[in-house]
Design a protein around this ligand. Structure first.
Ligand code: HEM
Length: 351
């Protein structure tokens, strides 16, 4: 759906939201359970923000002077969210498997067949381990108190009768949303900022504008769909029940009737009163992303940490997206050169 007004109607009108959100597939029994799970996971991630912030400087330094992207994005985010995904003290083999899944690219649908096969081959083993872990935690009868990690939040929000394997699938879905979506959003922000700014001087934009503009110019989730609930006419055309109406945040973000020079990457537009049109990197309406605000903070903090006290340049970068399940940047190398600390000027007489 290209027309912005019709697309927003699809995303906001209760008519298209009488059922359940397709994000969770048919894994949960009710919309109430979907909402509860989304909130519980968001709360864990929000509580983790200070620790995430603290971890970033070291994790960014660990990337070294030249890092390979976009893969480095999810790796960076995973490194700083690992304790929220699985609290410390959990079996190291499961943590190792999660780290391997991130390194292999399992946090997003990879565009190249070989890459996808390399990632997907890990999924059955990862799911089996998470399922076993879920079984163990459920047997512990963890219920009371604050969730210690995302897995507790998922288990706590799932009805008891849900199969362990379904709970594990839900956990992996959220793991991918956190590590992949945020990691690739960081990658887009760094790439676009470097390509649109001469190397050398620091970026003139706050990380917040940069992340917003990257989410507009290259929204990671480029397509969302809603089923037609019953036969109806919409936008002058008849649709059968069950037809999926697809809305593209990508197209809406490039509509010249709502955005000034939409094809230009211009972070300063976020400082212009009235300079923004319909903006939906996290969708909008009743099924909007449950983690939108915390995801924005996690992305912004990572981009700010990358640029802190450093000059960033890219090689091999290209703004054209690779469209797969989502919108991924093409491979590029990011060089991070630390700014040399300014030596205090010697006082007169060489003191
Ligand atoms: C940059 C990062 C992220 C992006 C771009 C993103 C994007 C989206 C989008 C577009 C949807 C809506 C899909 C639809 O309309 O059908 C969605 C749904 C959802 N997202 Fe995110 N997401 C991100 C990070 C997160 C994080 C960190 C969490 C968890 C803390 C999360 C949890 C969810 C949940 C639970 C839903 C389903 C909402 C519902 O149906 O009730 N997302 N996300």
């Amino acid at each position: 759906m290209r027309d912005t007004e019709l697309a927003l109607t699809v995303l906001r009108d209760p008519l298209f939201h009488s059922g359940m959100s397709t994000f969770f597939g048919d894994m949960l029994p009710s919309r109430t359970a979907q909402l509860a799970l989304g909130r519980a996971v968001r709360n864990v991630m929000r509580a983790h923000l200070p620790a995430y912030r603290e971890c970033l400087a070291e994790a960014v330094a660990g990337l070294g002077p030249v890092s390979q992207w976009p893969g480095a994005g999810p790796l960076l985010v995973y490194r700083c969210t690992a304790d929220a995904l699985l609290h410390p003290g959990q079996p190291t083999d499961l943590r190792r498997q999660l780290a391997q899944a991130v390194a292999a690219g399992l946090t997003a649908r990879q565009p190249q067949m070989r890459q996808r096969a390399r990632a997907e081959i890990l999924r059955p083993k990862l799911l089996a381990s998470v399922t076993e872990h879920v079984r163990g935690r459920r047997a512990e009868r963890f219920r009371a108190g604050e969730p210690r990690d995302v897995l507790d939040a998922v288990i706590g929000a799932c009805p008891d009768e849900l199969a362990d394997q379904t709970v594990a699938n839900l956990y992996v879905l959220l793991f991918q949303s956190i590590v992949g979506n945020i990691g690739y959003a960081v990658a887009w922000s760094a790439l676009l900022a470097c390509l649109h700014h001469p190397p050398g001087p620091p970026w003139p934009w706050p990380a917040d504008w940069l992340v917003r503009e990257a989410g507009r110019h290259r929204p990671f989730v480029w397509m969302v769909g809603r089923p037609v609930p019953h036969p109806l006419e919409f936008g002058g055309r008849p649709f059968a029940a069950g037809t999926i109406l697809s809305v593209s945040p990508y197209l809406l973000h490039h509509d010249p009737r709502h955005w000034d020079r939409p094809d230009v990457f211009r972070p300063e537009r976020w400082n212009e009163p009235g300079g923004q049109g319909p903006y939906l990197p996290f969708s909008t309406g009743p099924f909007t992303c449950a983690g939108a605000s915390v995801a924005h903070s996690l992305t912004t903090e990572a981009v700010a940490a990358l640029a802190q006290d450093a000059r960033l340049t890219v090689s091999g970068g290209d703004v054209r997206p690779l469209v797969s399940g989502s919108v991924l940047p093409r491979p590029f190398a990011l060089r991070r050169t630390l700014k040399t600390p300014v030596r205090p000027a010697l006082a007169k007489g060489g003191e």
